[in-house]
Ligand binder design. Structure first.
Ligand code: PLP
Length: 522
């Protein structure tokens, strides 16, 4: 026996409403698109569903349908019945002239019993059972596993790293430090010494002098601060983080986008012969990240800085993703300024630093008190800075585990290629951070993969973003010249010092099921 289209479509559409119940009334066109169902057919089905009191309609701009009762109170049998789907097993048990209750055919009671048990089953299952987390949801095994163990696998270190215990302890200790670091009394001096000790630790992590570190509220602030200087011309690339690109776009000066190869790496020859060959009238900046947050691809910053500085340009690098993952020597890089963020190293969120070569004078972003040697006004975030210092110390120590982290990343890539030979690994042959892999499965949307993995207890990110119902594509991947399909289909998996072989096995188990699921097609 096979259900007819109306019963199956009605249950799919009702499950869609149940799965998006928090969105209020939903237009049938949205349900039709999400479930790949014909809209005209759905419109017909919703007339009896409303008549049966299972959905209610809402008019107006946000018009559409919502469930008339909680999903758990709507059985699948009720939905079938509303659209007059016949769930009896054969005609024998109801309208076959050769068979009736008075003169049953030889198999009559067999089919009757079967129909009854099917009816009982459909009455015992409700809409909540088929949506995410339910016993018949499309990821039942994973959802059940996550529910049973409560264990999640965190593979999103490039978004933020888990707080290191050393950093947490330092934050807690510093919260009890009463003084204002600008005060001259003992309490003030104590707070000052917490900051200065953290400054030394952060300086050590990047091979800078403590006097070159200025603490900020984030790397976003550090990047904005540099871009806000009165530059006549700014040179940057399309793969930068938005905390560079957005202020560059808003700035008054001339903007030059640097040519990139297919890995997103600046083309040194073109930079030298085409871009830097001209005269730059007025102070000019080249701003380029050390490693990309989505792909992990590393720029040859020392070479680029040498070229740019030889033509009189200032050079800034956003080292947020590189710090703590590769050794950094601020002096040897030859840059003028470098941005850092504590939370990418296992420090607290909301604290960063701009590393500024000793002789360089910047126009302050904030004016007020004389903190940070008059370069950044505002009472310092003592606890955050203390946590940053402790995280920097630990990250420097952990640099020796970079090879082990890279081995785990390489295992993911080799296994993914075995499981899904069509998978694309972005920047595979380029120099990359050993903790990052960006993977695309042609024909599959990154957002869907991320949601499926999340249901399976695995946290990863998509470079693309979904706004107003449209799937976006990663600006980084598009700037690398990759197709829209790849730019909208790439997920980022990023590892850290706490990542284990078990985490990799959990990811690969989920990937094996999810990558093959047909419903993922865009
Ligand atoms: N730069 C890069 C490359 C990043 O990945 C991020 C964070 O995602 C930032 C800057 C911004 O850092 P913060 O969160 O400290 O503002």
């Amino acid at each position: 026996m096979e259900l007819t289209t109306k019963g199956r479509y009605a249950v799919m559409a009702m499950a869609d409403l149940a799965g998006h119940a928090d969105e209020g009334a939903i237009a049938l066109s949205v349900v039709a698109e999400r479930q790949s169902l014909p809209l005209a057919y759905l419109e017909q089905l919703f007339v009896p569903l409303r008549r049966a009191g299972l959905v209610e309609s809402a008019r107006g701009r946000s018009g559409g349908y919502r469930l008339a009762k909680p999903a758990a109170d709507i059985s699948i049998a009720a939905v079938m019945e509303a659209v007059e789907e016949d769930t009896r097993f054969t005609r024998c048990s109801h309208n076959d002239p050769r068979c009736s209750a008075a003169t049953p055919c030889v198999t009559h009671w067999l089919w009757t019993a079967l129909s009854e048990s099917m009816g009982e089953f459909l009455s015992s299952v409700n809409l909540a059972d088929v949506i995410a987390g339910g016993r018949y949801s499309s990821a039942p095994l994973f959802a059940a596993a996550v529910r049973a163990t409560g264990k999640r696998t965190y593979l999103d270190y490039n978004a933020t790293a888990p707080l290191r215990p050393e950093a947490k302890a330092a934050v807690i200790r510093a919260l009890d430090v009463t003084g204002n670091p600008s005060s001259v009394h003992a309490e003030g001096r104590r707070a000052r010494s917490v900051i200065e000790s953290a400054r030394e630790s952060v300086a050590r992590l990047v091979g800078a002098k403590p006097s070159e570190i200025v603490f900020t509220s984030s790397a976003t602030e550090a990047n904005n601060w540099i871009v806000a200087q009165p530059w006549a011309t700014m040179l940057t690339s399309g793969t930068e983080h938005d905390s560079v690109l957005a202020p560059v776009r808003a700035a008054r000066g001339e903007v030059v986008m640097l040519p990139l190869d297919t890995h997103g790496i600046v083309d040194l020859k073109q930079l030298d012969e085409r871009i830097l060959a001209r005269d730059f009238a007025g102070p000019s900046l080249l701003a380029l990240q050390l490693a990309n947050n989505e792909t992990g691809v590393v720029q040859p910053i020392a070479e680029i800085a040498a070229l740019a500085r030889s033509r009189g340009l200032s050079v800034h690098t956003d080292a947020v993703q590189a710090a703590g993952r590769v050794a950094i020597d601020f002096a040897a890089l030859g840059v003028d300024t470098l941005a850092l963020s504590a939370h990418k190293l296992g420090g607290p969120k909301g604290v960063g630093a701009l590393v500024i070569r000793d002789h360089i004078d910047l126009v302050p972003l904030f004016r007020g008190g004389g903190q940070e040697r008059r370069r950044r006004a505002g009472t310092e975030n003592v606890a955050g800075i203390a946590g940053f210092g402790a995280a920097a110390e630990a990250a420097l120590r952990d640099l020796k585990s970079a090879a082990a982290i890279q081995a785990l990343r390489d295992e993911i890539e080799a296994s993914v290629k075995r499981i899904s030979p069509e998978a694309v690994i972005i920047g595979e042959s380029a120099t990359r951070l050993g903790n990052t892999t960006a993977l695309a499965l042609p024909g599959k949307l990154a957002e869907t993969l991320v949601i499926r993995l999340d249901l399976a207890g695995i946290s990863v990110s998509a470079g693309s973003a979904c706004s107003s119902g449209k799937v976006g594509a990663s600006h980084v991947l598009e700037a690398m010249g990759l197709s829209h399909e790849i730019a909208a289909g790439t997920i980022r998996i990023s590892l850290g010092p706490a990542t284990t072989k078990d985490d990799i096995a959990a990811f690969l188990a989920a990937w094996t099921t999810i990558a093959g699921a047909p419903a993922l097609a865009a």
